[in-house]
Design a protein around this ligand. Structure first.
Ligand code: NAD
Length: 449
């Protein structure tokens, strides 16, 4: 009943038309930015408590990205809101056609714990820019940051415009019983399926930002040292708890040994002793810690492997001689474990990826333009980096989203605006002259124009 009333209030506010006005949207973006700046210290503290995330890592992976997207939206909003002129074709003459972007109405944003600030704020930027009202449900597993989100939103907005509902699965499911106009979900594939199922009852459109196993392919001609460095960068960050973390490596068999050695060296350089490094993030919960321990059981550990159940830290760990059907290759790892498998030919590597669910990200390490063209064109994935990991998510205007089991829809930059907008296609007939041929009786008019 509580949620029904909240939704009703938001719907009434939406119907007033206020949230659609350009001035309202731009002021809302400014208010959000101001609230983030006001609470910066507390946000840093919250992320430290939830994930042992250092303020620096918080800035480069959460706070800074959120601010970047707000500023971009502030700069571009006027242009995004303009009607788009379209060609009418011969049958539309004389007349004009255009598309008007309208907000869906009241949106629901459900977000996860691993980037608890940016994965809640970034969709909100799109929802606001497009003129929607919004209810947000952040994760119960990052309670400090979720509480911060409630404070940020309460400082910036009235509840009838944007509101935060705190809670877990139960609250989420109760919210999903309501009829929203748009649902933006970020989280696991299993929960995404259930969200889509519930949305289908109301025919509510959804964006699903899900997970999966993102492979790294290292070819024989790659700069192996650079590959190791950039894969370590993506695996160490947030202790591998990233939707687009390099999940496993497929290395040409001639460079696999060198890769394992260089990767261990790079991890050592980056985090030194991971278990005592105060800036190395921890695993979010006992449950996830135990799950990762379970994935290591029965595997061959090439480097790393130590963990501390007290602090919930696990050091970056390379697993070798991994069977494709072993548990660590069946589920998204979401932690600092890196299975390294080998291939003989590039086709073999491509077949391996193709035989599995479409990944959210693909990372290719090669110096060959031909290999780059071949792999990027033949495989399906959400997004990719060549000779790097993770960085595509931070390119401010680049579409970010999954495909198949890794999700549907995309956001960031203008894509966030488009995601939360319905485009109304409009045709306006002109009275300048008449195309009489379109009217009955057709008589013996030619069948082809
Ligand atoms: P999760 O699916 O368990 O939870 C996500 C959100 O859904 C939380 O707010 C949670 O309270 C809620 N929820 C849980 N069960 C629910 C249910 N039955 N019905 C409705 N809502 C429910 O995911 P998580 O553990 O918080 O996050 C990790 C997963 O998210 C990983 O799979 C990761 O790859 C994915 N992820 C994807 C992206 C992306 O951008 N594609 C980003 C971050 C994380």
């Amino acid at each position: 009943m509580k949620y029904e009333r909240l939704l009703e209030r938001q719907r009434t506010f939406f119907c007033s038309g206020k949230s659609k006005e350009y001035s309202y949207r731009i002021n809302a973006l400014k208010a959000l930015r101001e609230a983030l700046v006001y609470y910066e210290e507390e946000i840093n503290q919250a992320l430290l408590e939830d994930l042992n995330k250092s303020p620096y890592e918080t800035f480069i992976t959460e706070y800074g990205l959120a601010l970047q997207q707000i500023r971009l939206a502030e700069r571009k909003l006027k242009g995004w809101m303009k009607p788009l002129r379209k060609k009418v074709g011969i049958t539309g003459l004389p007349g004009k056609a255009y598309e008007l972007a309208e907000p869906y109405g009241v949106a629901l944003i459900i977000s996860p714990w691993n980037y608890p600030l940016s994965l809640a704020i970034q969709p909100l930027i799109g929802a606001i820019a497009a003129g929607n009202c919004c209810i947000m449900k952040p994760s119960e597993l990052s309670p400090h940051t979720s509480n911060m989100l409630a404070k940020i939103v309460a400082r910036a907005f009235s509840e009838e415009y944007v509101a935060v509902v705190l809670g877990g699965k139960e609250e989420s499911e109760r919210l999903l019983e309501q009829r929203f106009d748009y649902i933006f979900f970020t989280g696991s594939t299993a929960v995404g399926r259930s969200v889509m199922d519930k949305a289908a009852r109301h025919l509510t459109p959804v964006t699903l930002e899900l997970g999966g196993k993102s492979p790294c392919i290292i070819t024989a001609d790659a700069n192996v040292r650079e590959a190791a460095k950039n894969i370590a960068y993506g695996k160490v960050m947030n202790s591998g708890q990233i939707c687009i973390a390099p999940d496993y490596v497929l290395a040409d068999e001639t460079v696999a040994e060198q890769f394992c050695r260089e990767f261990a060296e790079q991890c050592q350089r980056m985090v030194r002793d991971a278990l005592t490094n105060s800036k190395y993030p921890r695993i979010i919960s006992q449950k996830h810690f135990k799950r990762l321990q379970g994935l290591m059981e029965g595997t061959v550990i090439k480097s790393g492997g130590r963990s501390d159940p007290e602090t919930l830290k696990i050091e970056p760990t390379v697993l070798v001689d991994v069977k494709p059907d072993s548990p660590v290759m069946q589920e998204e790892i979401f932690g600092p474990l890196l299975p390294v498998l080998t291939f003989r030919t590039l086709d073999e590597a491509e077949d391996f990826v193709q035989a599995r669910e479409k990944p959210l990200a693909l990372y290719l390490f090669t110096t060959s333009k031909e290999t780059e063209r071949k792999v990027l064109n033949s495989l399906s994935f959400g997004g990719a980096c060549v000779n790097d990991t993770i960085s595509h998510i931070a390119c401010e205007g680049l579409a970010f989203g999954g495909v198949g089991q890794s999700g549907m829809g995309a956001y960031h930059g203008i894509h966030s605006f488009e995601t939360f907008s319905h485009r109304k296609g409009i045709y306006k007939k002109s009275g300048l002259f008449e195309l009489s041929m379109r009217y009955q009786p057709y008589g013996d008019k030619a069948s082809r124009l």
